[in-house]
Every structure is written in structure tokens, then in C-alpha cells.
Design a protein around this ligand. Structure first.
Ligand code: FEO
Ligand code: CA
Ligand code: CA
Ligand code: CA
Length: 605
């Protein structure tokens, strides 16, 4: 059936086999690349040459592995200009570079990867609404944030000893951000970015028990930054606390190109997937956040202050401190069906739903720890341990946790957890994580009591249990299975103007044998649960950062890590340019994949 919001009516595509190296869009739609890894942002003459990368060049180019994405209108500039903001999560050296011929070249490559991560702000322009966006090279807004960009630490524990290093005795200025996964755009026009797998960048002594809870260890890292920058060797004197300065939510104001981004200590430290903000009736703002690890938690931050209305500079300035003071909570979910009806198969219990009630357990309230044995510094730097002590609910890798701007209901995307129920695992099936193992993921819908984001209690139900709809134990909000698309490993979500859910996936090649993609599912009305696939990304890529503009008939996605299993010499993907894929272009000549932002648009009325 042809359905969809506004101008995004489409006939769902069929699943695309995992060896297909193509971006697949619905009939009547076209796609184009907006910006690719390596594209110059400051000077068009600085063209990309994969075999001659330097850290200086990379820091002036669009970065690698784009994840979070948004398109933010520039006030007063109409609808043909915008700022595209993207996260650059990680790097794949074996496909980015030819094999290093010397130790010196190896060190150069490591420095390039430091410059390829972080964030990007890109001024974009288009000829008309609905037409493709193009980069405005050299715009004063264009900006790269890398692993070396100065970033301010703020909030209740900025400057605390636990955050000081020998290079920063004030504990208030960190160099860089990396592992930037998902994020969210605030109502005041800034972008929040989640520092996720920061543990993979540090070699630590292994002496601190709390570090283990974050996966930090005494072993050489894959990125090898500890070989080119001493602060990544946290065994070194004076750098033991450097890892404490990562794992935060970063706020970037794309309209202030000279202002350092800010890491918000009030929002806690864990493997942040992202953070999504909503304004409550009282004017307070809430941010919902997931900690993407098997058996980790869902968090909520509530601001102390109220949002100021208006887009003037005074209001904007005040609103930029809303995430600096507030309260941090972690979720406990309680099911309402007897435990013996939750058997791990995904079969619904007798009351017909995986559902129940929940509480937000306070970790820190207005800067004061609520957890016995933890002061505020410990509760915010080691939020996972504080949440352990409170008895928070272990979830199946919560990725995006995002409120619907239409209904205020919050959607918790649990991507998968292959360890749930395994011998020796922390936990088996629970009503909120009802499958063992959870190969394909699920989505939980939270309704705050009284519709108030400040509420300490809520109700919840599972709306989607992913997988092949023909398989037992899948659930599509009650919609008939014969009509819906297979889906696995949901990760990023977005809402259209109608409040329908759009779901991007990361992991379907290894579970269903399909390329990952973007899916649409209404949350209300007769079509609630009618899940259809809108697009598929190329071989070995993950679909990220969907931006849905249904009034314009336009969707943007970040295509992350295409051809990730290949090498420089033997690419698995040629996306997005598909140049020279049948020919050998000669030694050292680039022909491999480039992670890119892609626009898909409706080509017919
Ligand atoms: Fe970077 Fe949780 O995905
Ligand atoms: Ca139930
Ligand atoms: Ca993710
Ligand atoms: Ca993921």
C-alpha cells in the first residue's frame, strides 16, 4: 500500500540482501549525496586524496562515520539555507588508508583518525524547497570539532579534583570529543552529542575498580592514540583522571562558531548514546538518555530552571545553561504480569501486553547526591555505579531514548542483547526485556504520569518486538504480521510532523541477512504498528541520524561505515560514487567507500 505522512507517501521496499552495495529508495524517489568523508569545508581547492591524508587536512574536511544528523534553519535566512550538524563516531583505519609503509606513516594515520572524529557543522544551501542541499564551502559557520578541540566542562562538578589532569589543573577544559554517537537538537537550536564508547580510546592501569564498570582496561587500544598523545595512556602520571573527562553529553551551538562546546557534568557519565530534550508545561526541560551497553540503564535529566521563550540573544544565552543544573534520575521498570508468563520466547502474557509501571530513581537532585556512599562527584562521574546501587532496571542496550514532540510519550529503543538469559548472564527475561536472547531488539513506550516530564512515576508498554514477522515472539503493536516488514536492531529514531515513528537500524546483515534501513511506523490510528521499509543502505553500512521533512517530501540519512569489513586494497563497498569498481585504478589510488550524508526526495508530485 502507498501510505505516509505529507509528501512522504511511499510504497514500502522489499528487504535488500546483505551483499547488495546500493542505496535503495522507494519508487518515485531519488537520492543524492550531500556531503562525504573528506569533502573540504573551508577551501574547495583542498580536494580529497585518501592516500595523502594529514591531520591538518582531515581537520578541514568532513569527518568519518557520520552518525547523528540534523538540519537546523538559520534564523532570518528563509528556507533555502540551513546548518547541517553531524557527529563523527569512529574510524576504520584499514579502509581509510593504504597499509602503513613505515612507523612514521603509521603515526600519521593515527593522528588523522584523531582529526576524523568529533563533530561537523556545515552550511548548506538549495535552489528550492524539495531540491538537494549542497555544501557552502568556506562559510563562516563551517566548523570541525576533533579529538583536540578545547571543550568546556560545566555543571555541579566542573573543576573537581576527579576531573583535573596535569595539563588542566583547573579541571574545566578538556581537549576534544570522540565516539560521538547519536544526539538531539534542543528547542533553543543547539545540538547535543553523546560520547559513547570512550573506553576504547584509553589504556588505563586497571587499578580503579570503577573503571572496570566502564570497560576501561590495561591493554593497547585499536586506535593507538596512546602512541601519539600521552594523555591517552592513563597509566601515565598526571593522566589517571583523563578518562573521567569523556563519556558526557556535549552541547554545541552551531550559530557561535568561536564558542567552545560544553560537556555537561550534571547529565551524568556513561556510554551516552544521545540525549533528547522536551519542554514541559511548567517550562522545565527534560532530557532522556540511554546507556548503550548490555544490561545498562535509561536515564532522565530535569532542569532546575525554566526555558525562556523567544529567539532573542538574551533568551538563547539563558537557555544554553538549562542543562548545567538539574536532577539526574535512572529508570526502574516493573511488569504487571506474573513472572512465570514471561518465558523469554516473546509470547505475550495473559493480559495481552508487556507492560507495567515505573519510577525515576533520583541519583543527584540539584547538585546533591541521593545515593548513600556517593558524593556528587562520584555519582556524576560514576553514574553507572550509583545506578547499580539504586536497583535500576537492566535493559537490552538502550540506544535512542526520545520523546515524541506530538504526544510527549517517550520511546526507548533497545537494539539487542544477545547475552540476556545466557548461562551465567546477569539476568533472564523480564517483562520490559521479554526475550532470551534478544537478537533483534524492541521498543518500549513510556507515558509520564500526568503527562509531566518532571513526574517521578510512569507507565510503559512494549510497542515493537523486532524480527521477522513470520517468526514467533515478534509484535508490531497488534498490527497483522502478514502486512509488516522484517526489522532488526533498531537504533536511531525520529518523528515526522504527524508523530509517526521512523526507525533506523544497525545490525540486520548479521541477524536477518538484509542490509540495514529506515522504516516508518504510525503510532496512532488504525495503522498503529503498520511497519514498512522506506530505504536500505549499502553493504555493511548502518543507517543513522534520520531527518524527516514530510512537508517537503525529503529524508536525510547518515550512511555510516559502508563496506566496513573490507580493506583499502579490497573494498567491500564503492558507495557513494561507485567509481572504478570494476577496474584496478593503480597502487594507492582511492576507490573505496566514503561514509556520507544522503538526501532522498520525492521526484513526482
Ligand atoms: Fe554508537 Fe549505540 O551506537
Ligand atoms: Ca502485562
Ligand atoms: Ca547508535
Ligand atoms: Ca548501534
Amino acid at each position: 500500500a502507498v501510505r505516509g505522512p505529507g509528501r512522504l507517501r511511499f510504497a514500502g521496499i522489499a528487504p535488500v540482501p546483505a551483499d547488495v552495495d546500493a542505496l535503495t529508495v522507494p519508487e518515485g524517489y531519488r537520492w543524492a549525496t550531500v556531503v562525504r568523508w573528506g569533502d573540504p569545508l573551508f577551501d574547495a581547492a583542498e580536494t580529497f586524496d585518501a592516500a595523502a591524508q594529514t591531520p591538518q587536512r582531515q581537520a578541514r574536511q568532513f569527518g568519518y562515520n557520520n552518525d547523528y544528523l540534523d538540519l537546523i534553519p538559520i534564523p532570518g535566512r528563509g528556507d533555502r539555507e540551513a546548518l547541517l550538524v553531524a557527529n563523527h563516531e569512529y574510524t576504520n583505519a584499514p579502509i581509510m588508508f593504504p597499509p602503513a609503509a613505515s612507523a612514521e606513516e603509521r603515526q600519521n594515520q593515527r593522528r588523522v583518525t584523531k582529526a576524523a572524529q568529533g563533530m561537523a557543522v556545515v552550511h548548506v544551501r538549495r535552489d528550492a524547497v524539495g531540491q538537494p542541499w549542497r555544501v557552502v564551502v568556506g562559510s563562516r559557520y563551517n566548523r570541525r570539532i576533533t579529538a583536540d578541540t578545547p571543550i568546556s566542562l560545566d555543571g555541579p562538578i566542573a573543576g573537581a579534583p576527579i576531573l583535573r589532569t596535569k595539563d588542566d589543573p583547573s579541571g574545566t577544559t578538556v581537549l576534544g570529543t570522540f565516539a560521538n554517537c547519536s544526539g538531539g537538537t534542543t528547542p533553543w537550536g543547539t545540538v547535543l552529542s553523546g560520547e559513547e564508547n570512550f573506553q576504547g580510546y584509553f589504556r588505563t592501569s586497571g587499578a580503579f575498580a570503577a573503571d572496570k564498570r566502564y570497560g576501561l582496561a590495561d591493554k593497547a587500544t585499536t586506535y593507538g592514540w596512546e602512541e601519539v598523545d600521552p594523555r591517552f595512556d592513563a597509566r601515565g602520571a598526571g593522566y589517571e583522571t583523563e578518562p573521567n573527562r569523556f563519556g558526557w553529553i556535549v552541547e554545541l551551538d552551531p550559530f557561535s562558531p568561536d564558542q567552545p562546546p560544553v560537556k555537561h557534568t550534571a547529565m551524568g557519565r556513561f556510554k551516552h548514546e544521545g540525549a533528547n530534550v522536551i519542554v514541559g508545561r511548567s517550562g522545565h526541560v527534560g532530557a532522556y538518555m540511554g546507556d548503550d551497553e548490555r544490561f545498562d540503564y535509561v536515564y532522565k535529566f530535569v532542569s532546575t530552571n525554566r526555558m525562556k521563550s523567544g529567539s532573542g540573544s538574551a533568551a538563547r544565552h539563558a537557555n544554553k545553561s538549562l542543562l548545567s543544573s538539574g536532577s539526574l534520575y535512572v529508570a526502574r521498570f516493573t511488569g504487571n504480569s506474573p513472572a512465570d508468563q514471561i518465558d523469554g520466547s516473546g509470547r505475550l502474557p495473559a493480559d495481552g501486553a508487556f507492560d507495567g509501571t515505573g519510577e525515576w530513581l533520583p541519583i543527584v537532585v540539584d547538585g546533591v547526591s541521593q545515593v548513600p556512599g556517593f558524593n556528587a562527584e562520584q555519582a556524576l562521574v560514576y553514574s553507572r555505579l550509583a545506578a547499580d546501587q539504586l536497583g535500576a532496571t537492566r535493559m537490552d542496550r538502550p540506544e535512542d531514548v526520545q520523546p515524541s514532540p506530538v504526544t510527549g510519550k517517550v520511546y526507548v529503543v533497545c537494539t539487542n542483547n544477545i547475552d540476556r538469559g545466557k548461562a551465567g548472564a546477569k539476568e533472564g527475561a523480564t517483562e520490559v526485556n521479554p526475550r532470551t536472547p534478544n537478537r533483534d531488539g524492541h521498543i518500549v513506550e513510556i507515558t509520564e504520569d500526568g503527562g509531566d516530564l518532571r513526574s517521578r512515576t510512569f507507565t510503559w508498554s512494549v510497542v515493537l518486538v523486532c524480527g521477522d514477522p513470520a517468526a514467533a515472539g515478534t509484535y508490531f503493536a497488534g498490527f497483522p504480521h502478514e502486512l509488516v516488514a522484517p526489522i532488526s536492531c533498531p537504533d536511531n529514531i525520529a518523528f515526522d510532523s504527524r508523530g509517526d515513528l521512523w526507525i533506523a537500524t544497525d545490525g540486520a546483515p548479521s541477524t536477518l541477512g538484509h542490509n540495514d534501513g529506515l522504516f516508518h511506523m504510525p503510532l496512532s490510528g488504525a495503522d498503529r504498528g503498520y511497519l514498512r521499509q522506506f530505504l536500505a543502505v549499502p553493504r555493511e553500512a548502518e543507517t543513522c541520524g534520520p531527518v524527516i521533512r514530510d512537508a517537503e517530501g525529503t529524508v536525510l540519512v547518515a550512511v555510516q561505515h559502508p563496506g566496513e569489513e573490507g580493506t583499502f586494497a579490497a573494498p567491500h563497498s564503492y558507495f557513494p560514487d561507485y567509481v572504478a569498481q570494476d577496474a584496478d585504478p593503480g597502487p594507492g589510488q582511492w576507490r573505496g567507500p566514503r561514509p556520507s550524508v544522503v538526501q532522498v526526495w520525492r521526484d513526482r508530485a
